[in-house]
Design a protein around this ligand. Structure first.
Ligand SMILES: *[C@@H]1O[C@H](CO)[C@@H](O)[C@H](O)[C@H]1NC(C)=O
Ligand SMILES: *[C@@H]1O[C@H](CO)[C@@H](O)[C@H](O)[C@H]1NC(C)=O
Ligand SMILES: *[C@@H]1O[C@H](CO)[C@@H](O)[C@H](O)[C@H]1NC(C)=O
Length: 629
């Protein structure tokens, strides 16, 4: 009995595997070739290791019309599979901003599964968004982060960026078909406030199978007409400037000039405006001062902090240095299957921003209402951010017309708590949800991972009673509704456990796929030897259950052929940081780039004051948004 079952396992392995080996597709890389068995210096629970895939996928929609010797766009992605399942499976594609900033910002410092440990590696922690949903971090447009293309084919328009992403997704679903079936979200921040509405619209209008259920944008740059003037309003609100003082008058004059310039732009909605770019510095000039012989200015991403001139926030968060060092290691690059990318990873690549013709493009505010007519949108804002501050976002929302009305209308704003502390305010109207996060910077989930995670679970409508671990233990409430308390003993009973020897089910599946998809003769041989081994082992077997004779075959499947370097410019990395330092003595002043994620910036600058968290108290109470016009 035992033996015959063992033999039937063996037989079905043969039947299942061999035809697949022979019919492995040649044009689309297998999922197994992207599998990342481990990363250098990752510290995680060996019983529940993360399941990771990463690498490049062709993303140039015109590649087949291109000379085969030309290097075409290859976007880079990292998949972190969901660690637990609640009520259903979900997937989110994540984008950082720039333009030209890598989504490794999101992965390594914000919504990802780990934090740097201060010793060159990192620790897996709770609070990452992969707990209940698969996260896919995408470096785009081509040339950003580990993605690449030839230097004469960078993206210049939103339409090009969108079709590059759609083409990427088409190939992504060929390799990972299961994700086309899941509830799908787009998430990101800063300049991704431009990308995401365009991408959502492009996906909804495409023939992709994507089941797009919503998008989430943190401190997004969406509407220049409302967001530039908000620098002054925000500075007053948080106490950086006092009305009618000389510094305020100077800042007001600059703001008026900016508004005049914006008013001169008619018939379209600008993303940027040259005169307005200097405003961040002008408004926060009061925070520029000498400290211990160093010229300091405000951190434009977190007004509670200062940074050296002219970085003004570009050196923040402090993790950026260890992250950059880590991603520069050749063993890390190899483990991530990023070897085809020439040169070093840089957080934000200035060249990508320079090539993007944002001055001619329509801002995403023109697309957002269309997206809202089809899917829910979450706009969230850490209240300590200056560059894409909440005051500007609220002004934008009140001026925007969507789903038949303007502004939020007379809906109630609810107070929101996480871990028994005030987390922020929350309001929803006609498919738009706006969440203001207290005491958080431009990278809100960096400061408050559990708050950011609670927020995204609420937005996605995750059934809290189905949570099985981690987050399930953290109390939270919205208005009068409270998350159910999770009992400890249920946790240990239901929490997903790794079945055998440190392999999660996903990892076991990934290893299996390595065999299933691999087209190499070596693997066929390995399989046959493995099968013989299994046969022998089956005969000797007593009480243990059969195991697959599988190893790390996926590692040998090359995605990293040496196609790459031709046509690529290794020296373009100088990027924002260098430009930023050049400029004029005033640092960011005068350059046209924005926020990190909304960019990295050379373009903006500043100074500010101390944010009074106390001010939020009144807004913590329920309040009513009214349409003022
Ligand atoms: C990371 O994990 C190691 C080993 O588990 C621990 O000693 C260290 O304190 C952790 N570091 C941080 C920053 O959490
Ligand atoms: C909101 O989104 C849903 C999809 O979740 C969509 O069916 C609906 O038409 C949208 N519009 C409004 C006004 O709710
Ligand atoms: C706000 O954040 C700062 C530093 O991140 C912390 O010291 C302070 O306690 C926080 N305040 C509240 C009200 O959470």
């Amino acid at each position: 009995m035992r033996r015959s079952r063992c033999f039937s396992v063996l037989a079905s392995l043969l039947l299942y595997t061999l035809p697949a080996v022979y019919s492995a597709p040649t044009d689309v890389p297998s999922a197994a070739s992207f599998y990342v068995p481990s990363l250098p210096d990752i510290h995680q629970d060996p019983q529940n290791p993360l399941t990771i895939f990463s690498g490049h996928l062709p993303s140039d929609p015109n590649a087949d019309k291109t000379d085969p010797k030309t290097v075409t766009a290859q976007l880079f992605f990292v998949i972190i599979q969901n660690r637990r399942v609640a009520d259903k499976k979900r997937v989110m594609f994540w984008f950082n901003g720039g333009p030209g900033c890598s989504s490794f910002d999101g992965l390594m410092m914000e919504v990802g599964p780990w934090r740097m440990d201060g010793k060159g590696g990192f620790n897996v922690t709770e609070g990452g968004w992969e707990e209940y949903m698969t996260m896919v971090y995408i470096d785009q447009p081509a040339g950003t982060g580990f993605s690449y293309t030839s230097t004469n084919s960078y993206v210049h328009t939103m339409a090009e960026a969108s079709s590059q992403l759609v083409h990427f997704l088409r190939n992504f679903y060929k390799t990972f078909p299961e994700y086309s079936q899941m509830e799908t979200y787009l998430g990101g921040e800063s300049y991704a406030g431009q990308w995401i509405p365009y991408f959502a619209d492009a996906i909804l209008e495409s023939d992709l199978p994507t089941r797009l259920h919503g998008v989430a944008i943190g401190n997004g740059w969406i509407d220049a007409r409302r967001q530039y003037p908000s620098y002054l309003d925000y500075a007053v609100k948080v106490g950086i400037l006092e009305e009618n003082t000389d510094p305020w008058k100077a800042a007001k004059k600059r703001t008026d000039e900016c508004v005049a310039e914006l008013n001169g732009i008619t018939g379209r909605e600008p993303i940027v405006s040259p005169r307005c770019e200097g405003l961040l510095l002008d408004v926060t000039d009061i925070r520029t001062r000498m400290v211990n012989g160093k010229e300091m200015c405000i951190n434009i991403y977190d007004v509670r902090l200062d940074d050296t001139m002219p970085a003004c926030g570009m050196n923040w968060p402090p993790d950026i240095k260890p992250v950059t060092d880590y991603l520069d290691r050749s063993d890390v690059v190899r483990a991530l299957h990023a070897e085809r990318h020439p040169g070093s990873w840089v957080e934000c690549r200035g060249r990508i921003h320079q090539e993007f013709r944002e001055r001619q493009e329509e801002s995403a505010i023109t697309v957002l209402p269309k997206v809202l007519s089809r899917i829910p949108v979450l706009l969230f804002a850490g209240d300590q951010d200056l560059i894409c501050n909440y005051v500007g976002l609220e002004a934008m929302i009140q001026a925007m017309e969507w789903n038949g009305a303007k502004g939020l209308g007379t809906v109630q704003t609810q107070s929101w708590t996480v871990a028994d502390a005030p987390a922020g305010t929350w309001v929803s109207s006609r498919n738009l949800t706006y969440a203001k996060i207290f005491n958080a910077s431009h990278m809100a989930p960096f400061d408050l991972p559990h708050v950011g995670h609670d927020m995204i679970l609420r937005f996605m409508g995750v059934d809290f009673s189905a949570l099985v671990g981690g987050t399930a233990h953290i109390p939270s409430s919205l208005g009068t509704s409270t998350k159910p308390v999770f009992l400890e003993q249920e946790a240990s009973a239901t929490e997903t456990a790794a079945p055998d020897a440190g392999k999660s089910p996903q990892q076991a599946k990934a290893m299996w796929e390595a065999y299933y998809n691999a087209g190499s003769a070596a693997l066929v041989l390995a399989f046959i030897f493995g099968a013989i081994g299994l046969f022998v082992w089956c005969r000797r077997r007593r009480n243990r259950s059969p195991r697959l004779p599988v190893a790390r075959g996926e590692e040998s499947i090359p995605l990293n052929s040496s196609t790459a370097r031709l046509g690529l410019d290794d020296d373009e990395d100088s990027g924002f940081r260098e430009r930023r330092v050049n400029g004029n003595g005033n640092g960011l002043h005068g350059a046209s780039m924005k926020g990190k994620e909304r960019a990295v910036e050379p373009g903006t600058p500043g100074t500010a004051t101390i944010f009074k968290v106390g001010e939020d108290d009144e807004e913590d109470h329920e309040e009513v948004y009214r349409d003022e016009r």
